[in-house]
Design a protein. Structure first.
Lengths: 123, 181
């Protein structure tokens, strides 16, 4: 069983490992729509996948946040990727598989996955 | 919604939007009465009696991006489908409590599903809000209170990967133990 003593040990380890975050101007923000429409369409596992992938790759300059309804409910789950100095990219109809590719291609390598964006879907 | 835990996530988002600093989520099941109570209460800004009447209506929303609000109606429908009901108590400046009662032996009862994921999303995405998660099964129960966790953690945030994983396993293990005889 997990114990609170174990949590204390994790806290101490985390403290020792805590590196100062990169300058906030360099932080990549991923924002997932988590209103009724998003949740019903599968936003919860999508958001968890973004968090997992960022953690797995040790990406310290990425934050995952949630927002309400973006206003395009039929394209949910939706996530916006905001890279400083670049135009916002809106991904639609996300799945966990798509998220893995977006993190690898866009977040890590800086190449947006055009085929999953709102522009590609509405064409 | 495919599972009730998604409705809970959705209803709790209303508490987040209402600027709550404390959100309490309770699932309480009584196997002899075959009844499940899901309660989401907060200390947010609350609603007037008129607003409480309105949220039952799918065409009422405080949102500005579109004109329908389906959260409460969907949750209410899920409860009423089983012969249960939904109650809302709210007071401006005090908070809101939503309680849904389900008949668990009804054919149309939606499974509870992955409550752990719902709690982890809420806890890690709203670090400024405290959460109390209570799960009861007949006379057994367990509670997770993020205020207690924060006291231990100090300035280490709840969304630190190793910490979030610990919370996830902690909730999972305790939920499992609750259902084991």
């Amino acid at each position: 069983m997990k114990t609170l003593e174990e949590l204390m040990a994790l806290r101490d380890a985390a403290k020792a490992n805590m590196t100062t975050r990169d300058d906030s101007s360099e932080v990549i923000r991923i924002v997932v729509g988590m209103a009724t429409c998003g949740i019903a369409a599968g936003a919860r596992p999508v958001m968890a996948k973004f968090v997992d992938e960022a953690a797995k790759r040790g990406l310290k300059n990425v934050t995952v946040a949630q927002t309400g309804c973006i206003g395009m409910c039929r394209f949910e789950p939706i996530a916006e990727v905001l890279v400083p100095g670049k135009e916002k990219v809106t991904y639609v109809q996300l799945t966990e598989e798509k998220v893995a590719k977006i993190v690898a291609d866009h977040i890590v390598n800086g190449v947006p996955v055009t085929e999953y964006t709102i522009g590609a879907v509405t064409e | 919604m495919r599972e009730l835990s998604l409705n809970v996530l959705d209803i709790a988002q209303n508490s987040v939007s209402a600027n709550a600093s404390l959100i309490e989520i309770e699932l309480s099941e009584n196997t002899s009465d075959k009844e499940l109570l899901i309660s989401v209460s907060d200390n947010g800004k609350g609603m007037t009696p008129e607003q409480v009447e309105n949220v039952r209506d799918p065409f009422f929303t405080t949102r500005t991006t579109r004109k329908v609000g389906m959260g409460i109606p969907l949750f209410r429908f899920a409860a009423e489908m089983t012969g249960g009901r939904l109650e809302i108590e709210s007071e401006v400046g005090v908070g809101t409590r939503v309680r849904a009662y389900f008949k668990t032996d009804h054919l149309d009862f939606t499974p509870v599903g992955d409550m752990t994921s719902t709690m982890i999303s809420l806890i890690t995405m709203n670090l400024h809000i405290d959460f109390v998660y209570k799960r009861k099964l007949d006379d057994k129960q367990f509670t997770v209170d993020t205020r207690q966790l924060k006291e231990i953690l100090g300035d280490v945030p709840l969304n630190e990967q190793s910490i979030a994983m610990w919370i996830q396993q902690y909730i999972n293990e305790n939920s499992k133990q609750l259902t084991e005889v």
